[in-house]
Design a protein around this ligand. Sequence first.
Ligand code: NDP
Length: 273
Amino acid sequence: MTDRYCVFGNPINHSKSPLIHAEFAHQTQQACEYTAEETPLDGFVGAWRAFVDAGGRGANVTVPFKGDAFALCDTLSHRARRAGAVNTLILGGNGRTYGDNTDGIGLVRDLTYHRVALAGKRLLVVGAGGAVRGILEPLLAEQPSEIVVVNRTADKAEQLVSDFADLGRISGGGFDALNGTFDVVINGTSASLTGELPPLPDTIFAPHAWAYDMMYGAEPTVFLQWAGPRGAKLLDGLGMLVEQAAESFFLWRNVRPETAPVREILRQSLNYQ
Ligand code: NDP
């Protein structure tokens, strides 16, 4: 019998998750199918319940429902509680819903895949939305010397810093809080969606620094186009997408798929769009 999974989001028609999970299922010979479910903005809870009633076993959750998913869960993982957001739902045997967040581990696995050193390095995270909340603890676990978080709305960055202060080595605020250079600069804003660039100084990159945009597309994002001529090595968020999906797949199926071939397939699918 085929087990059913899906991703809830709005909009969701361009989601690459069904392609990724079809590849994982094929590669690991798991009997499961995965669909994209366009979800009404006020209809997330009903959509999950209906999916479960129709035999659904688990789901991914994307913009703008990660907070709704967090509120709906009966039980939460530590990392979901820290993130205040859920991107993975798992139906328990007792009909209860368990929520997890795989975004942060997805980012760290992607950085590891590309051999981006984090231990002892100075990291800048730009943005203070739901995605950044999910990545801070996994990044801090890699023992950077410091993480600075800056955001257009300074209060939100300050709140994040205060929420993670118990882990140490984190500071931030508005863009005027920036000083010095960074070994890794992660754009966790949605600015690239509208072709905008966060107001970062030209001198932000240390020698051999990496610029990472959590967004991805057929073309390099505005942030990566800006960072390249300033000497940074460039990565987009496609690998993070595949790695967070692999972690969700593992939570559902207890089987870890290989991500390298799926990265390749996805990159090709973007180029041929
Ligand atoms: P949110 O809407 O929660 O947060 C958006 C953030 O972007 C806020 O900090 C906001 O600042 C900032 N921002 C938006 N526009 C601008 C701008 N023009 N200039 C400066 N800052 C801006 O979004 P998420 O946190 O959920 O997602 C952020 C990004 O991460 C998205 O691009 C998303 O696609 C990507 N992502 C990628 C994943 C992957 O697997 N590759 C997984 C999850 C997310 P302010 O607070 O001032 O409004």
